[in-house]
Design a protein around this ligand. Structure first.
Ligand SMILES: [Zn+2]
Length: 88
C-alpha cells in the first residue's frame, strides 16, 4: 500500500474556508470517506461528487479512533505548527 495523491473538485473547508482540490491517502477517495482539512484539521466527509461536508453524529462515531485519521491528524497538526513557526 502506498500513499497516493488525487485531484478532487475544488471546494472549501466548511470550517475555515480553505480551498481544497486534492486528497492524499492509500486509495482514491469515494463517497462516505473521511478526510481532514490541511489548513485547520477539520474532519470532513466526501460527498458522491467528491466535495466535502461536515460529518453527521453517526459518522463521527464511526470514524472516531480510526488509525489512519489519527495519523493524518498528527501530520496536519505538525504542519500547522511549522507554518506558525513553532517547529518542534
Ligand atoms: Zn479548514
Amino acid at each position: 500500500m502506498s500513499i497516493q495523491h488525487h485531484r478532487t473538485p475544488k471546494c472549501f473547508c466548511p470550517n475555515c474556508g480553505y480551498e481544497l482540490s486534492a486528497a492524499t491517502g492509500f486509495a482514491k477517495p469515494k463517497a462516505g470517506d473521511a478526510t481532514l482539512c490541511l489548513n485547520c484539521g477539520h474532519f470532513m466527509i466526501f460527498t458522491h461528487r467528491l466535495r466535502l461536508r461536515k460529518p453527521t453524529s453517526a459518522e463521527l462515531l464511526k470514524w472516531a479512533g480510526n488509525k489512519e485519521l489519527v495519523a493524518a491528524s498528527e501530520v496536519v497538526n505538525q504542519f500547522k505548527r511549522e507554518k506558525a513557526g513553532n517547529i518542534e
